[in-house]
Design a protein around this ligand. Structure first.
Ligand SMILES: [Zn+2]
Length: 417
C-alpha cells in the first residue's frame, strides 16, 4: 500500500481476481469516552474495490479492529478503528480507487465504463465520484478567481423515474475562461438572483459583462444584482432565433404551397439543411442548388427573405467596427418591421427592437466571441448527461467535474473521513 502503519498480511489470487489483505498497526488505543486503555474485541474483514492491477480487478480486504472499553460504567461500548487513507467511511472503494474513478468520470468516461473496469456496481462508482467530486469542488478555491464575464443559460434536467419529470436548471458559466461555474436548481428570477447576490463582493465586483439568451428573467437578474455589468445577448442564441424564424417561414410556405408537411421530394424539404448553413460555407454547387430549390418551392420569395435576414444578422456579428455594426442592425431591424414582411420576420424584428442595445453590446464586450459555440457544445454535453439522474446534486457535481475545470491536482490532498 505504501502507507505508514499499514501492513500487508497476504496477497492472494482468486480466479481472475487479486485480493490484498491489510491491517493497521495499532498500539495504545484509547477509549474515546473515558480515555482509558482499550481492548481488541473483534477483527472483522471488510472488502473494498481497489485499483485494477495489470487489468485484473483487485479487492482490498481490510482486517479491521473493533475495540471495546473494559472500564466499568463507561458509556462507550465498542467502535471500529478507521483510516481515511485506506478507505473513507461509507465508501466501498478504497481511497486511491475512489480518486482514480473521480478523475476518470470527471474527464469524460461514463460511470458504467469505470464500473466495468473495476468490476463493481454502477452505484458504487457513482457514490464515490459524487463524494470525492463534492470534496474537490469545495476545496478548489482558486477555480473561480479569474471570472470577468458570466453567462446565464437555461438547462433542462430530466429526473429518472417519476414519469421523467422535467425540471429546469440555470447554468452559470464563465464565458471568457470557458468553464461552468455552477448549476442552480431553478430558472426563476428570485433564486438565480439570490445565488449571485451571496457570492463574495470581490467576485461580483470583477464581473464586467453578463451574457444572456433573450430572457426577461435573466436580464432582470443582472439589472438588480449586477447593475454595473453590461448585458450582452449571446450571439449563439440570437443566430439560433433567426434560424428558427427562417424555419417557421419555410414550414408555413411549404404548407401553403403543397398542403402538407415536408416530404422527401418537396423542394422546401430538400433545401432545409442548406438554409441553416452559413452562406460562406456553401460551395458554388450548393449555392446553385439553394437558389434553384427556392425558385421551385418559394414563389413569393418569403423563405429567401428570411434566409437573407439570418445571413444579415450573421454579418452583424462578423462586422468588426461597433458603429458600423450598430448601423447594420438598425437597418436590419427596420427591414424586418416593414408591414409587407411575413409575420414571422416582423416578430423577429420586434425581438431585435426590444434587445437592440444588448445585441449591440456584443461589439463593446466581445466576451462571447469564439468560445461561445464551444461553450454551448459543452453545455449540450452536460444536458445529455443530465438525463437519468435521480437527484439534482449528483447531476450538478458530475457536470462541474466535467465542465467546471477543477484543479485535479487538489484531489491528491483531499481527505474524506
Ligand atoms: Zn471508556
Amino acid at each position: 500500500m505504501g502507507l505508514k502503519d499499514v501492513r500487508v498480511l497476504q496477497y492472494e489470487r482468486r480466479g481472475p481476481d487479486v485480493e490484498l489483505m491489510v491491517e493497521q498497526v495499532v498500539e495504545d488505543v484509547r477509549c474515546p469516552g473515558c480515555g482509558g486503555p482499550a481492548q481488541v474485541k473483534e477483527r472483522p474483514v471488510v472488502r473494498y474495490v481497489d485499483l485494477p492491477v495489470y487489468g485484473a480487478p483487485m479487492r482490498l480486504a481490510w482486517r479491521k479492529h473493533r475495540m471495546r472499553c473494559p472500564q466499568p460504567g463507561c458509556p462507550v461500548r465498542s467502535w471500529v478503528l478507521s483510516d481515511h487513507r485506506i478507505a473513507a467511511k461509507n465508501c466501498l472503494l478504497t481511497t486511491r480507487a475512489a480518486k482514480w474513478a473521480t478523475v476518470q468520470v470527471g474527464t469524460g468516461r461514463t460511470v458504467s465504463e469505470v464500473a466495468s473496469e473495476l468490476d463493481c456496481d454502477w452505484h458504487t462508482v457513482n457514490d464515490a465520484v459524487t463524494t470525492y467530486g463534492r470534496a474537490l469542488l469545495a476545496a478548489d478555491r482558486k477555480r473561480l478567481n479569474r471570472t470577468s464575464a458570466i453567462g446565464l443559460d437555461e438547462t433542462a434536467f430530466v429526473k429518472a423515474g417519476a414519469r421523467n419529470r422535467k425540471d429546469y436548471a440555470t447554468t452559470v458559466a464563465d464565458v471568457d475562461n470557458h468553464q461552468i461555474i455552477d448549476i442552480l436548481p431553478s430558472r426563476d428570477y428570485a433564486e438565480v438572483a439570490a445565488w449571485i447576490d451571496k457570492q463574495p463582493p470581490a467576485w461580483k465586483g470583477r464581473i464586467r459583462f453578463g451574457a444572456l439568451d433573450m430572457s426577461d428573467a435573466y436580464a432582470a437578474v443582472y439589472s438588480v444584482v449586477l447593475p454595473n455589468a453590461a448585458q450582452v445577448v449571446d450571439p449563439f442564441h440570437a443566430v439560433a432565433l433567426a434560424n428558427r424564424c427562417l424555419d417557421d417561414v419555410r414550414r408555413r410556405v411549404q404548407n401553403e404551397q403543397l398542403g402538407h408537411r415536408g416530404r422527401r421530394d418537396d423542394p422546401l424539404f430538400q433545401v432545409r439543411r442548406l438554409l441553416v448553413r452559413g452562406e460562406e460555407r456553401l460551395g458554388p454547387e450548393a449555392a446553385g442548388r439553394l437558389v434553384s430549390l427556392l425558385e421551385l418551392g418559394d414563389p413569393g420569395a418569403e423563405v429567401a427573405i428570411a434566409y437573407r435576414v439570418k445571413e444579415r444578422l450573421r454579418d452583424f456579428y462578423a462586422t468588426a467596427d461597433p458603429d458600423e455594426a450598430r448601423t447594420l442592425l438598425e437597418e436590419l431591424k427596420r427591414h424586418c418591421l416593414k408591414r409587407a414582411m411575413p409575420p414571422e420576420i416582423q416578430k423577429l424584428g420586434r425581438t431585435i427592437r426590444k434587445w437592440f442595445d444588448k445585441l449591440c453590446n456584443y461589439h463593446l464586450a466581445k466576451v462571447t466571441n469564439g468560445p461561445t459555440e464551444a461553450l454551448n457544445n459543452l453545455v449540450k454535453r452536460i444536458k445529455r448527461i443530465g438525463f437519468g439522474f435521480r437527484n439534482f446534486e449528483n447531476y450538478r457535481i458530475r457536470a462541474l467535474l466535467y465542465a467546471g475545470k477543477p484543479n485535479w491536482r487538489v484531489l491528491g490532498s483531499i481527505v474524506v473521513r
